[in-house]
Design a protein around this ligand. Structure first.
Ligand code: CA
Length: 229
């Protein structure tokens, strides 16, 4: 058994929140309920949420704005709750970065199923990449990697390599594996190509932290993202 997944429910209507809590806990999830947006960011920062069920109409903040803010530094999955079906095109996709949505009224069991599906789909994501991955954070929806809070300008293979490292800190990838997972046409490249991209990435990180190299070279094997810094 893996550890219990923790679902953060942000919903100002207590009857809805209670139904959701009941359905999710029946399915074996841990839940926390907040009735407003305040406190959500600090809870996510502390690693206390594997997924957020986020109402759009909150008393203190618009759920979409809150999601955009969180997306700047975390890729924690978000399922939106909305009373308005005309909002749904905006919430799931690039602009807001939601992973799924439910239009009220909905069945709490259906929501549980969506929660499971989203968790399965986003399984490799860190709940708080900035903390877990050596100062690097990944915003998948925007295809953006930040290092120590600064966005990096990365061509696509460099972005691909770093994304892989961030979502799997400590895991060692051989050059072949990196090519296989990141390149469209791995046959066209050689080990040296991977090395060249790693060198470019290191140079960009070094500009920000001259004394720290978050990428570890495993001689004769490959590369990993260091977990010990
Ligand atoms: Ca509401």
């Amino acid at each position: 058994m893996g550890e219990m997944k923790h679902i953060l429910i942000v919903e100002d209507e207590s009857s809805i929140a209670e139904n959701i809590q009941y359905a999710l806990e029946t399915e074996g999830f841990e839940t926390t309920w907040l009735s407003e947006g305040r406190g959500v960011e600090s809870l996510v920062r502390s690693g206390g949420a594997d997924l957020i069920v986020l109402d759009i109409g909150l008393p203190d903040v618009n759920g979409m704005e809150l999601c955009k803010k969180i997306r700047a530094w975390s890729s924690v999955p978000v399922i939106f709750l909305t009373a308005r079906s005309d909002e749904i095109d905006r919430v799931v996709g690039l602009e807001i970065g939601g992973d799924d949505y439910m239009v009220k009224p909905f069945s709490p069991r259906e929501l549980s199923a969506r929660v499971k599906a989203v968790l399965r789909r986003t399984g490799g994501r860190d709940k708080n990449p900035a903390e877990l991955s050596a100062g690097l954070s990944l915003d998948e929806e925007r295809c953006l990697v930040s290092y120590c809070g600064r966005a990096l300008d990365l061509p696509r293979y460099e972005f691909g390599i770093l994304s892989l490292f961030i979502t799997h800190p400590g895991r060692v990838y051989s050059r072949d594996q990196l090519m296989e997972m990141v390149w469209d046409d791995p046959g066209m490249s050689t080990d040296r190509t991977v090395d060249a991209h790693i060198k470019n990435i290191r140079a960009k990180l070094k500009k920000i932290t001259p004394d720290i190299d978050p990428i570890k070279t495993h001689r004769g094997i490959g590369y990993s993202l260091r977990e010990d810094i």
